[in-house]
Design a protein around this ligand. Sequence first.
Ligand SMILES: [Zn+2]
Length: 199
Amino acid sequence: MISAQSLNALYRAPGALPASEPARPWLAVVTCMDGRVVPDRSLGVGARDVFVVRNAGGRVSNDALRSLIVACEVKGVEEIVVIEHTDCAMVAMSDQQLRDAVRADLGVDATLVEFLAIDDQDGCVRSDVALLRSSPYIPGNVVVTGFVCDTDTGMLRLVEGDAGSRLPAAAMAPGAAAAAPVRARGGARFSLLPGVELL
Ligand SMILES: [Zn+2]
């Protein structure tokens, strides 16, 4: 049975961060809600160094931007990293397929929902990095880089680097990584049925 006591026991389970460890986040990550992506491990930084903003696909949506503005303005974050990942369901389907699935399952019109499906993963990472670099809401001295994470290994592939990054993996020349082929849409399933993994 779930109780306050049992929840407290979970919080103090082995592996949980000690409460004495100070939280001084200097980095914000935008990544997919897929739990296979563990950004602090992949980036080699402490869990308390990072604000993690998750959504479907790891896109810089309006709401992601809202959190990033707070991270920079209120918490003094110095770097932002965009991390998309391999085997992401948002690469395998289009906005229209998602809208069609919602209509078929729920009978409602989702035309106004912008799902931000991914048709060119490297291109999306680059455009989201560019969006943040040019955003008037993000301080100009904040370093922005972009990666794709291999969910089998946790390893990152640099898509858009910046020589000013504190992250060794990101401090490469911008555009140094080779472009990956565009993944074709189709073949993916989408369902709103409980228990069906979407991502
Ligand atoms: Zn994903």
